[in-house]
Design a protein around this ligand. Structure first.
Ligand SMILES: [Zn+2]
Length: 314
């Protein structure tokens, strides 16, 4: 084993700390005042660390349930019934599919619709345009690559929870992932009544066992070489920005996995006077009162908030 480069960097495991704040408040200054404050913080910043959760993709127009699911997953609802699972792409992923042909029939379809072919990037582009000239990095729990599609270079992105493009050994027997885009397109093309042909079912090239999506759902999630490289670049960015004028711009992060972005962001602001937090969320933009005016929590339609902040920065 070669040792990784020893450039000064913050370890991801050290970043992943922080706890539920006991002093959360919804700020009560008027919306326009909040937008002004957010725009001012961003205009004065040299570094912006973006933290994106599912709410960012939703605000940009990605759909997962409701009529979208009825229209695009009717084939699966017909086979499996609507039940508790076939309601939206999140729940459906937990359906106990009867065999591998059925499992991949479903997952290839979701990987294409929710990730590989998804393009809701106009809002992402608006934001990136508004941040031109800033040193940027993105920490994201989304697997849909939307910021990358909007033009943010891949080397400035750390997608911690996996990717809709990749598959891995289900048991995680070896630390590699495999690009499955072409395979998914073939599966999508050849699927009949929810099932793909047996010969398209992927097998682990090492142990011969089942494969699964490279999405973090259990302890077998594979963190491959690209994941570790991204982690290292994130750590370097963090070390570099810690004593600079830095804004943590949190986008649509709720309480599903608050330990990855929300809590660590709050801790960074608590511990570094030069770091400020802008939290955008449709309903969960509460911020710790203790952060005072170094935190702005804008609880509103995020697409609108981003447009409004961007127009102030132009
Ligand atoms: Zn294996």
């Amino acid at each position: 084993m070669f040792s990784r480069n020893t450039k000064k960097r913050t370890r991801f495991s050290d970043f992943l700390s922080g706890d539920y704040a006991r002093d959360y408040i919804y700020q009560d200054i008027p919306y326009t005042g909040q937008i002004d404050r957010a725009a001012k913080l961003l205009s004065e910043a040299d570094y912006v660390l973006l933290g994106a959760g599912a709410g960012m993709s939703t605000a940009a127009g990605a759909e997962y349930g409701g009529r979208f699911f009825e229209e695009n997953f009717a084939e699966f609802q017909k086979i499996y019934g609507k039940g508790p699972y076939m309601q939206d792409m999140y729940s459906a992923g937990f359906y106990p599919f009867p065999d591998q042909e059925s499992k991949w029939g479903y997952w290839a379809h979701q990987a294409l619709l929710a990730g590989i072919d998804l393009d809701v990037t106009p809002l992402h582009k608006t934001l990136l345009d508004a941040l031109t000239g800033k040193k940027l990095f993105l920490l994201s729990t989304n697997a849909d690559h939307q910021f990358e599609k909007a033009g943010l270079p891949a080397e400035k992105i750390f997608q911690t929870q996996g990717s809709y493009r990749l598959i891995q050994c289900k048991r995680g027997c070896h630390p590699k992932t495999y690009d499955a885009e072409a395979l998914f397109r073939q599966m999508e093309h050849d699927r009949v009544n929810g099932r793909i042909p047996h010969e398209l079912v992927p097998k682990c090239p090492v142990c011969g066992g089942e494969m699964t999506m490279n999405l973090r759902v259990d302890d077998h999630f594979v963190e491959d070489e690209n994941w570790h490289d991204a982690e290292e670049r994130f750590g370097c960015f963090l070390s570099e920005c810690k004593d600079k004028k830095t804004v943590l711009l949190e986008l649509g992060v709720g309480f599903n996995t608050p330990t990855i972005i929300r809590f660590p962001f709050e801790k960074l602001v608590r511990e570094h006077e030069n770091i400020t937090l802008i939290r955008l969320s449709r309903s969960k933009a509460m911020v710790p009162a203790g952060l005072g005016d170094r935190a702005v929590g804008i609880n509103a339609d995020m697409a609108q908030s981003i447009e409004d902040i961007a127009s102030k920065l132009r």
